[in-house]
Design a protein around this ligand. Structure first.
Ligand code: GCW
Length: 833
């Protein structure tokens, strides 16, 4: 009896664990109601694999797992086509042998799959086949997706070919186990300079990638440690073994200086025959250990990395020397187009970082070997909240290209903010570069369709980590999912991707699907609204952590992310007529549209033009009023997300419900910090007041510096706009107190305490109202700063507190380490009943 209880207890714990997010969209939770009944009737209970291989073995195991989960029935396995309904897996050749009625019209492209129902002798066979083993695996996942989404599976006739031939993810993992711009914990691949002993998460990642059609994963940072090509090849081989059953090949980032740093040569000049010989023998060694290595990624002459400029050589010389080495093995070289000068003179109005990719690569068109792909970031700067499509996409006709998208949310709130990136990606993918007249969208150029290139596609910087949520935010998984779905089929709508992901990730509840989908779909605009609208770029600390607000961090330095806001106006003049000329890098039809503010889309106005604050947008608003309004809209929208999510409490498992609620509540506080910072900054710069009188007036807010302080002292915050009134209070003693008398109306209120949570201590706070303790908390979040600034500014919300005029509101702070229990302000807001 006791044993049974323990077992039941474990089962319960297991059930809770199942909702950590680790299974992502592959949870396979039992279907319900009619959908379950229908699936039980139509999904065969036998699986036959006609081809034996590790990958097809994964397909079979996955189908078993999925059927067990979705319909609570484990299929039987048969080695030949049985005399009963069955799911039959195999390559096309094997299916053709077993079914004489199999007549494929055209040969299948690599990785394509077919799902087809064949009826024979009164039995129904659900055929899952592909051109290669990987295609069969993709077909199995597609079948499971259909079952999970409750789509009919008894009459299938579907043939699916990936739109993008190349579908890669890059991980920026360092060998010590950290991840550059990773927010989901430590590397799943690396630990203390070696591959992890336990690579089980790598296999799980391979499964996620396979389910969305990703076929190659590069496993180390593009800021590559040269040691990856020396002692670590056996480690790479182990990682490749863990991914291979999922049809995912490994690729590596290489340091272009390797022939010198680890190869013992005195040069890495790409035109030196000794350097070519070194890369050749290195490639031979790599492919001996990992015969299916996808290829190498190169970041050269960029952000301090060495490159061909050291010898006066071109990027084509650099790419080709490595490409020739991997060519005999069928390998690809991804050469990153992210090359720019970060020491530019900001005083020169003709200087412009946005020009860099085109200026560096367009003239080299035609000089790259056929197994080189130039990997181009979606926008000309660097994954900002809104950028036009890079003009380089339209300039390369005789060079393979891939579009690089960032799945990890570096400039998008670093997994602390919900931002669903699919609508943004689609905007770029669908943008017509007019490269051969109209009808040449970026997706077609990247895929190599426009100029009939042999290779090309999409690369996503994914950066998953060891956290159960993979990203540090459950909702960020939707971006990886969406990336894969778009690489497979860029014509899927954002709506359908969001809905599909939500249903697979959280279940079928109608309200839930509607609410979460709406939140996802509006989230990019919302984030843009409170961080940097109209093409201002993300107004963050661009020389620091890329996270909190810092409006001037972009200015007066060599990094070239200037918005050039001053007393008269704002925006970067990139016109041909008077500016840096960037707009001239586009084909004439596009460049004409961007050149005139009258035809330039408002969303990109300040990216492309410098205009006075009073410039009137297409919707009739002035630029300055739009900046004010969008920030208030954005911050309000996040508060609404919190309420929307709260309405789903009963419909989501506790763990994910709680995690997402905490994330959204935090985001709501941060959005307000952004709102106040950007609006007051622009108010001060422009001198134009907010027509709606909100900026600079905060009803119910009491600045900490104006409270009665015991022990606390007033401190100026840098940058000034990141704290209300530019000031905060901090405690240099063992404990301090700040208090004031409430003078508003009587009734229930929400109290918001805006405090600072740095990552160099765990200060403690207590909030007392009229002598009663109403809340206590520890500031122990791990935000990316040690300073008092917009990144550490954090909101604590306490609702339902009865307040009467004259009540004392008092905060006690106890510092810890470098964290001085700092406070910005307290706000009281009447609760709505
Ligand atoms: O956006 C910048 C990031 C760097 C990154 C670089 C790149 C890997 O801040 O962390 O380096 O882009 O894409 O190479």
């Amino acid at each position: 009896m006791r044993k049974l209880c323990i077992l039941l207890g474990l089962a319960a714990v297991g059930a809770v664990h199942a909702e950590t997010g680790r299974q992502a969209w592959l949870r396979y939770n039992q279907l319900e109601g009619v959908t379950l009944r229908h699936a039980r009737e139509t999904v065969p209970s036998v699986i036959t694999a006609l081809t034996q291989s590790a990958i097809i073995g994964s397909a079979q195991a996955e189908l078993m797992r999925g059927c067990r989960g979705f319909i609570g029935r484990t299929p039987r396995v048969q080695s030949s086509v049985p005399k009963e309904d069955a799911i039959v897996l195999g390559t096309e050749a094997a299916i053709g042998k077993a079914f004489r009625q199999w007549h494929p019209e055209n040969p299948l492209a690599p990785d394509s799959y077919v799902l087809k129902t064949i009826r024979r002798d009164g039995f129904r066979y659900t055929i899952v086949t592909g051109a290669n083993d990987r295609g069969v695996l993709y077909g199995a996942f597609a079948l499971l997706r259909k079952i999970g989404l409750g789509e009919p599976v008894e009459d299938l006739d579907e043939r699916q070919t990936p739109y993008q031939p190349v579908r890669w993810v890059n991980q920026w993992d360092n060998l010590d186990g950290s991840i550059e711009r990773g927010y989901g914990g430590h590397s799943i691949f690396w630990e203390s300079g070696r591959a992890r002993t336990d690579l089980s998460r790598v296999g799980e990642y391979g499964r996620l990638l396979a389910s969305i059609g990703i076929s190659v994963c590069s496993i180390n940072n593009v800021n590559a440690d040269p040691r990856i090509l020396s002692g670590l090849i056996p480690d790479v081989a182990r990682i490749a073994d863990a991914l291979r059953p999922w049809g995912v090949q490994v690729a590596l980032s290489a340091d272009f200086g390797s022939p010198k740093t680890i190869g013992g040569l005195d040069t890495f000049d790409p035109l030196d025959p000794r350097v070519q010989a070194w890369w050749n023998s290195k490639a031979d060694e790599l492919y001996r250990a990992i015969p299916d290595l996808g290829g190498l990624v190169l970041k050269a002459d960029s952000e301090g990395r060495v490159g061909p400029s050291a010898y006066g050589r071109t990027h084509a010389d650099a790419a080709n020397v490595v490409a020739r080495a991997v060519k005999p093995h069928g390998g690809l070289i991804f050469y990153r187009g992210f090359v720019y000068d970060h020491h530019m003179d900001w005083r020169n109005p003709k200087n412009d970082r946005a020009r860099a990719a085109y200026d560096n690569f367009a003239a080299l068109d035609g000089q790259f070997d056929p197994n080189v792909i130039v990997q181009i970031k979606n926008g000309p700067i660097d994954f900002q909240v809104r950028e036009p499509a890079s003009p380089l996409f339209g300039a390369l006709e005789k060079t393979n290209q891939a579009i690089e998208l960032q799945i990890t949310q570096e400039y998008f709130g670093q997994a602390r903010h919900m931002v669903f990136l699919v609508p943004m990606w689609k905007e770029t993918l669908d943008f017509d570069m007019q490269a051969r007249g109209a009808g040449t969208p970026v997706k077609a150029l990247a895929a190599g369709r426009t100029f009939h290139r042999p290779a090309g596609g999409m690369v996503g910087v994914s950066n998953v980590g060891m956290d159960d949520s993979w990203f540090g935010n459950q909702l960020s998984q939707a971006n990886l999912y969406g990336f894969g779905r778009l690489a497979w089929n860029p014509d899927l709508s954002s709506q359908s991707i969001a809905e599909e992901w939500t249903r697979l990730t959280f279940g079928e509840d109608r309200n839930l699907v509607k609410t979460v989908t709406a939140m996802l779909l509006s989230s990019w605009r919302t984030y843009e609204n409170y961080t940097g609208p109209l093409g201002l770029q993300t107004l963050t600390d661009i020389t620091g952590n890329h996270y909190g607000v810092n409006v001037e961090a972009s200015e007066r330095n060599g990094w070239g992310q200037w918005h050039r806001a001053d007393a008269q106006g704002v925006g970067m003049d990139r016109t041909v007529a008077t500016g840096a000329g960037f707009i001239g890098q586009y084909r004439p039809a596009v460049s004409r549209m961007f050149e005139s503010p009258a035809t330039c889309p408002d969303d990109l106005l300040l990216f492309l033009h410098h205009v006075p604050y009073t410039h009137v947008l297409h919707d009739g608003k002035t630029v300055i009023q739009y900046i004010y309004d969008s920030h208030y809209d954005g911050a309000r929208a996040v508060r609404q997300y919190v309420r929307d999510w709260e309405s789903l409490k009963a419909r989501v498992d506790n763990q994910r419900y709680g995690e997402i609620l905490a994330q959204l509540e935090y985001q709501a506080g941060q959005a307000q910090v952004w709102r106040d910072a950007v609006t007051t900054w622009f108010w001060r710069a422009s001198g134009v007041p907010d027509a709606q009188n909100r900026v600079g007036r905060y009803p119910g807010r009491v600045e900490a510096e104006s409270m009665q302080l015991e022990g606390y002292e007033v401190v100026s915050v840098e940058p000034w706009e990141s704290a209300s009134g530019g000031k905060a209070i901090q405690c240099l003693q063992s404990s301090c107190t700040a208090k004031f008398r409430y003078d508003g109306v009587a009734g229930r209120h929400t109290i918001r305490v805006q405090y600072f949570d740095q990552n160099n201590g765990a200060a403690r706070y207590r909030l007392l109202v009229a002598g009663q303790l109403v809340d206590a908390w520890v500031a122990n979040d791990h935000l990316p700063t040690q300073k008092l600034d917009g990144s550490s500014s954090t909101e604590r919300t306490i609702s339902g507190i009865a307040l009467r005029p004259g009540d004392e509101i008092r905060i006690e702070g106890v510092p810890d380490g470098g964290e001085l229990a700092a406070i910005d302000y307290v706000e009281t807001e009447p609760d709505v009943n």
